[in-house]
Design a protein around this ligand. Structure first.
Ligand SMILES: [Zn+2]
Length: 108
């Protein structure tokens, strides 16, 4: 592609984006690390992973080591999503924890 054509396309895309800001915002949210994680979490794959991981952790929270029920278990990013967005859905970076343990961790 020559640079003039590329420039034209970029210009047209910018023009389109400024007219369709709500669509752009929606796309950004959907494909943000958190958005990708949420999509994965609610997918059959994510749900299956959670059940398997629960068995693997023998029903205890990965942070405090106390009993955890599958219903209340939250998925925690071992390496935080804000610093490692590329690990949003990497299962080796995920663990099941209590909601309050997850929040305490985030405060650090
Ligand atoms: Zn806990």
């Amino acid at each position: 592609m020559n640079s003039k054509r590329l420039y034209q396309l970029t210009f047209e895309l910018d023009k389109w984006a400024s007219k369709n800001q709500d669509i752009v915002k929606d796309i950004e949210q959907r494909y943000s690390p958190r958005g990708r994680f949420k999509t994965w979490r609610n997918s059959p794959e994510g749900k299956t992973w959670k059940k398997k991981q629960y068995i693997k952790q023998e029903g205890v929270c990965a942070i405090c080591g106390h009993c955890l029920t599958l219903k209340v278990a939250e998925i925690d990013h071992i390496k935080p999503l804000s610093l490692y967005p590329e690990l949003a859905t990497t299962t080796s970076n995920l663990q099941l924890v209590h909601a309050h343990c997850n929040r305490t961790k985030s405060d650090h």
